[in-house]
Design a protein around this ligand. Structure first.
Ligand SMILES: Cc1cc2nc3c(=O)[nH]c(=O)nc-3n(C[C@H](O)[C@H](O)[C@H](O)COP(=O)(O)OP(=O)(O)OC[C@H]3O[C@@H](n4cnc5c(N)ncnc54)[C@H](O)[C@@H]3O)c2cc1C
Length: 295
């Protein structure tokens, strides 16, 4: 087992996420390798305290009360390429995976340029953009289960669907992944610049975690429904529905998780009353013990 990294007490989580929301974690540690993740989970199990792993913090809404256990900040970022296989730790940013793939003449990932976060977070939520999702790229992965066992699994294990993987139920941790990527010379490579420009024009500025709700169907986006329900600009406390994009909830810097939850419930009810369509959150909203909060 790896060496146990330093554990800090009472660390404010807000500053570590793109939403800038979250109270203090009782225990917090940065893992720089898969072995350190395993050691930290072992530590939490021995102490009988809950644990929660996160990477970039671009999709997580922590509790205003913080976390009553160990928050593991995953910064494990080993990466290597062999042929058309790219192997990496789960704490590496997708942005760096794209750079490394390109350097080695591999493609198929340019669509994800500008998608913030780590490989682990992207596998957990099957993140994607412009028609490419993690499920299209992942060949196999090494997981750590709740009993502390490490196992290798292949793509079908994850039961991937739109912004969904089995990990949302099992809470297994991704330690590292192998992506199978086409050679650039064998694919119609897209121009990543277009995607970066798209984001610059279409994405609201400010503290957020990207799209809040999943799209209920490919032809009806959550943003369109929220807009049609007249909810753009709606506000609870420091959280507001963006004027630019109905599915982005923006924190003015004073917002809390309680504000996010109240506004999201209001949006969900209004869209249900108006269109008879149920919205489900894409953002991960957890209480102080790591349990998901229902919207
Ligand atoms: C400006 C902006 C634009 C965005 N655009 C997109 C987009 O185009 N497409 C899209 O899909 N999303 C988008 N998002 C959302 C976000 O980028 C993705 O959800 C991303 O995959 C989150 O990665 P992360 O490392 O930040 O996850 P985190 O927020 O750190 O974690 C998210 C969840 O994953 C779990 N998790 C993290 N690491 C692991 C691991 N190693 N093993 C198991 N579980 C883990 C956490 O426990 C948590 O439940 C956007 C967000 C922002 C702020």
């Amino acid at each position: 087992m790896g060496k146990l990294p330093d554990i800090q007490l009472d660390v404010k989580l807000a500053q570590l996420t793109s939403y800038k929301i979250g109270g203090k974690a009782d225990f917090y540690s940065i893992a720089n390798s898969s072995d350190e993740i395993v050691a930290l989970v072992q530590y939490a199990k021995e102490k009988n305290i809950p644990y929660f792993i996160f990477g970039g913090g671009f999709n997580t809404v922590f509790s205003d009360k913080g976390f009553r256990g160990l928050v593991i900040h995953n910064k494990a970022k080993k990466i290597e390429v062999e042929g058309n296989m790219l192997m990496c730790d789960s704490g590496i940013l997708l942005a760096l995976v794209i750079v490394e793939a390109k350097k080695n003449g591999l493609g198929g990932v340019m669509e994800l340029k500008g998608l913030p976060g780590t490989v682990g977070g992207a596998v957990y939520g099957n993140a994607g953009a412009h028609g490419v999702s993690m499920s299209d790229l992942l060949y196999k992965a090494l997981l750590l289960d709740k009993d502390g066992n490490v196992k290798e699994v292949e793509n079908d294990y994850f039961e991937f669907s739109y912004r969904m993987s089995k990990l949302k139920q099992t809470k297994e941790i991704v330690l590292n992944v192998t992506l199978k990527l086409p050679k650039i010379s064998e694919t119609d490579e897209v121009d990543a610049g277009d995607f970066v420009e798209f984001r610059a024009n279409k994405q609201p500025k400010g503290f957020s975690a990207g799209s809040f709700f999943k799209n209920p169907s490919p032809d009806k986006s959550a943003g369109y429904l929220i807009d049609q329900a007249g909810l753009k600009g709606e506000r609870v406390g420091g959280i507001m529905v963006s004027d630019l994009h109905g599915n982005w909830l923006i924190n003015d810097g004073t917002g809390t998780q309680a504000d996010v939850v109240e506004l999201a419930k209001k949006i969900k009810k209004t869209v249900m009353d108006r269109f008879d369509i149920e919205l489900f959150p894409e953002n991960i909203i957890i209480d102080e013990y790591g349990k998901s909060i229902d919207i």
